[in-house]
Structures are given as C-alpha cells and as structure tokens.
Design a binder for this molecule. Structure first.
Ligand code: GLY
Length: 566
C-alpha cells in the first residue's frame, strides 16, 4: 500500500467508527400523489410499446420493466439480452421504499487468468472479448424472475408475452442493429449458431426485412413457464453448457444452477433538496456520482459562469473516477471503504485540493490503477400511473457481446468478463492497469459502470440513465444536474455532454457543449479539450408532481428510441 492509500485507509477506519451513511436506506423526502398515467422511454419503439401493452393488462412499472427488457433482448441484441445482465433501481410508490436489483453476470468457477494471456504474457484481447471464454454467467433471466415475482402484479408469462411474440412473428430491425452485424460479421462467422441467428443465408439482413428469432422465442417460453429453472436448469442450461464447452469455454451446470440475482441497498445521497437513489457496487456508478455531488455541494454552481462551473464539475469527476478505479469490486468478495468514499468529510478534503482557477493534473493525485469498462449497453426508464418508478441499465457489454450464440438456444452470450481487471498487473486494451479489487474469481461479479438512477424531490422526480461504458457515470451525473436545474426529459436527453475520467487526463467534449469563450477559459486553466463523436443513448422520464405531468424522452442522437406518455 502506498502512502496515500495508507492515509486514506486510516481515514476510512476513522469514518467507519463514526458510522456509515450507506448502511440503511433513509425515508424518501416526499410521497407524491400518483400521476394517473404512465411514461416509458427506451431505445426501441417495440420495447416501449411492449411495456405499455403490459401496463394495459393491469401491470405496474415493474411488470412493464420485464416486458421492455425482454423485448430489447429480441430487438436490440447488440446492446443487451437474456445472455447478459442488468442493474435496476426501483422506487415503490406504496411505502416509498427504494430497492436495487443486481442481476450482474458472475465469473464461472473455473475462471483462469491464464486464459486471457498470450503465450508471451501479453493480454489476449480475443479471449477477453469474443467467444465463450469472454462470457460471464448470465444474470438477466434471474433478474427478470425476481422483478416479476417480488414487485410485479402479473405472472411472468404475461410480461414476457410481447417479447415472445416479437421473436416468433418478427420485427423490422433498426439500422443500428444491421450496422452492428455488419461491423461484427467476421466474428459472428466464427460460430455456426451466430451465423444462423444474425447472418441468415450468410448475409447481413436487408433493411426492412422481417426478422424472426424462433430459438430465442422458445428459450423465453421456457423461462415464462418454469421461471429460473427454465433457463438455469434443464434443456436450456444443458444446451448452454454444451455449446460453451464445445467452443473452448469452461461453464458448468453448477455455475448456472448457483446463479442468483440479488437485492442490495441502493446508494442514496441528498443534493440541493433532492434525494438521488442510485447503483451500489458492483457498480462503480453510484459511488462516483455520490462523491461528485458531495464535492460539489460545497459550491453554489447556480451563481457561476459556465467555465467556472465546468471547472469544478470536471475536478469532481476526476477525483471520483480516481477512487472508483482504486477501490471498487463485488461487495460479496471485496471489503470497500464505502463509508469513507460516501462521507461528506472525505468530500470536504477532496474539495480542499481543488484550485480556484487551475486544472489539477491527474498525475498529481495519488492513484493505483484505472479500469475502463465497455461501451455498448442500453437503458430504459418507467414511471407508472401509481408513481412506481424503475430505471434499468442492461448489457451484453461490447457490440453484440461475445458474438457467440449458444447452439439451440438463440441466446447471444455477453463478453462481460472483460469488465474484470482480467490480468492483474497487466495493462488492459487501453494500456492501463486494472485494480486488485476487480480481479476475476469464480462466482464473483465484475465491476460495472451501469448507473440507473432515480431522483426524488418534493415537487419533481425523474428516472435517468444511459449506456456508454465509462461515460455512463458522467452522463447520469450531468442528467441529474440538469434535472435539478429545472430541465424536463426532452431537454435532458438532448443536452450536449462532456466527460473526464481521471485518465487519460483529457476532457472529452461533444461539439457545441462549450461556447468559444468557455473553451478558451478552460484551456487557459490547463484543460485539454478533446472533441469526440456524440456518445450515449439516454432514456429519461420526468414527473412534475404539481399537475402530475409526465414527460418521457429518448436521446435525439438516435432515431430508434421512443419516449411515450399514455
Ligand atoms: N459492460 C458495461 C458496464 O457494465 O459498465
């Protein structure tokens, strides 16, 4: 342990003795009246409509969430699916309780770091990102079962019915899916079941062609009929294990049979009169968001010019990302100094290290390592007529996950193993070192950036989230700030973005986020601004409690999403 970590560990012990803010979920500030209608925003019109179909059958927001997630598995497989995992933040209107569901994938028991090394000891990016060794044990099916059984009003089979219908009767694939297939064609061609699903007749399907997925329909039917046993045992489990092992992977029936989705206490932080309820580990998102808000509560951002405000926000991002890289992992395996990271006193100390008018070079802040998670994921937000709220961020990791479909199941497996620091002390694909807290181990969950977030205020509430790998956290942070500044869903999803993640020490900027004068001032303070193509796919629902107005909006950077209020 280096000196700075030692000091931080001592501080942690001190704060632990003083009591952690994370231990229990405090009561929500206000119990608002019910909106009387519902809002859903997702990355696909088919998925949003599947959610409304289930609401029309008498379901609540959580039944609708099952329907939306399962539909996305069929129509947006490049981003998420039943071969992947999700994280969900729930607000229960009755009683005001907040809940977090962790349906993150786990490492198989036989995981071996050597499988992710080339003979010369360098990281093997192929086994980490493609094929069965890159796949964690899927969590999404168990998460859907838990959501339906504990929080839904309808049988699982009713909520899965729209997805089964889409898979059986077909849908028109969005151009984004077809582009993803074209991009990954060479990898898909390595496995016959992947060709059968994504390259029928050996070709990328044509735009406008109806796409059917009968094998995934059957797998969803078995899940609908038998719950967890329909996926993690019996026919589907046997086929998954056989396919993985035949292609060089190491899953066992026990890995599948032992998988459990878990409820965890969400992270809650109060900021400018709102309660922000967000994702705890094994996501790094909530800890980082809470740390940023705790740092920024020491400033009145509303009175600052744009350059000064951006300066303080970037410095908060820098410090929060430094910490998530060093400390976080699966809470079932790793002792994390959460009491320290979430403490206002710790944030006070970090604030002291921010200069009024200068960037802090990341190299000047003590740190151990950095891990960069994947880029391709999906998020949807729902508020129902009774005021139940749910945000789910779901993923198979990179575009089309591992590109490996398990024969006879229609299930595209994730490549979530790359979200572990797979090879301790070896740089990852970005030339950066991974942290020990996130080293792989059988049964352990890999660290995520997924940050489904609910913001609850006296007069207004919102469900906010986005895909985008390591940028998820700053996108959600900026969405929270914009909501608290008074913006509604349409504007929040459209706002231009910027991002700093400690290393590399640059501020990524979307065209138009800063005007010329603000950019010039930030550069003069020592920031390197790096233009980047637009990122993220935010889906947000906002609720104005006075007048009970809902707004649902999907990111205008994409044309296939749909936010709808009914
Ligand atoms: N695979 C992306 C994430 O979990 O952050």
């Amino acid at each position: 342990m280096n000196f700075s970590l030692h000091v931080r560990a001592l501080l942690c012990g001190f704060l632990l003795a003083g009591g952690a803010a994370w231990a229990a979920e405090p009561a929500t500030p206000a119990q608002a009246a019910a909106p009387g209608h519902a809002g859903i925003a997702s990355a696909s019109n088919y998925a949003t409509d599947a959610g409304f179909a289930v609401l029309a059958k008498g379901g609540n927001a959580f039944d609708a969430a099952v329907a939306v997630a399962a539909a996305l598995s069929v129509v947006e497989p490049e981003s998420s699916g039943i071969g992947g995992g999700f994280m969900a933040t729930l607000h229960l209107a009755k009683g005001g309780r907040n809940v977090f569901i962790d349906a993150r994938e786990t490492a198989p028991m036989a995981v071996n770091s050597k499988d992710y090394l080339n003979p010369d000891g360098t990281p093997n990016r192929d086994t980490a990102l493609k094929g069965p060794l890159s796949a964690g044990i899927p969590g999404e099916p168990a998460g859907l079962v838990l959501l339906a059984e504990r929080y839904g009003k309808l049988p699982l089979a009713v909520s899965l019915a729209p997805a089964i219908k889409l898979a059986k009767e077909g849908f028109k694939p969005a151009p984004r899916l077809l582009r993803s297939i074209a991009r990954e064609q060479k990898n898909l061609e390595r496995w016959p079941a992947s060709v059968a699903k994504f390259l029928p007749g050996g070709k990328v399907p044509a735009a406008g062609e109806i796409w059917r997925d009968p094998e995934q329909a059957r797998t969803l039917e078995l899940l609908a009929k038998d719950g967890n046993a329909g996926f993690y045992q019996g026919e589907v489990a046997n086929k998954l294990v056989a396919a993985v092992r035949a292609a060089g992977g190491n899953w066992t029936l026990a890995d599948l049979g032992n998988y459990r989705a878990k409820e965890r206490t969400p992270i809650s932080v109060d900021y400018r009169g709102y309660r922000i309820v967000t994702a705890p580990p094994p996501s790094s998102g909530g800890v980082a968001i809470a740390e940023m808000l705790n740092i920024l509560r020491g400033y009145d951002l509303t009175k600052m010019d744009p350059a000064t405000r951006a300066h303080y926000e970037i410095e908060a991002m820098r410090r929060a990302y430094r910490d998530h890289n060093d400390y976080l992992g699966d809470p079932d395996f790793v002792q994390m100094p959460l009491a320290m990271l979430l403490s206002p006193y710790y944030a006070d100390g970090l604030r002291q290290s921010i200069l009024k008018d200068r960037a802090t070079p990341s190299d000047m802040l003590p740190h151990e390592s950095v891990h960069e998670p994947g880029q391709h994921t999906t998020h949807f937000s729902i508020i129902d007529k009774d005021g139940n709220m749910v945000g789910i961020t779901s993923t198979v990791n990179y575009i089309l996950g591992s590109t490996f479909v398990a024969k006879g199941t229609g299930v595209l497996l994730n490549d979530e193993m790359d979200d572990f620091a797979l090879v301790p002390d070896q740089p990852n694909v970005y030339g950066l070192l991974g942290s020990k807290a996130n080293a792989p181990k059988g049964g352990k969950r890999m660290l995520s950036s997924m940050s489904p977030t609910i913001v609850i205020g006296k007069d207004r509430s919102a469900v906010i989230g986005s895909p985008g790998g390591s940028t998820i956290i700053t996108q959600v942070f900026e969405g929270i700030m914009h909501f608290i500044d008074g913006q509604g869903a349409q504007q929040i999803v459209a706002d231009k973005r910027y991002h700093h993640q400690f290393l590399p020490d640059v501020v990524y900027v979307e065209d138009g986020v800063f005007d010329a004068a603000t950019s010039a001032r930030l550069k003069a303070m020592g920031y390197t601004l790096k233009p980047r193509e637009p990122w993220g796919f935010m889906n947000v629902v906002t609720w104005n409690h006075r007048g009970n107005q809902l707004d649902a909006a999907s990111d205008p950077r994409h044309h296939d999403g749909l936010g709808k209020v009914e």
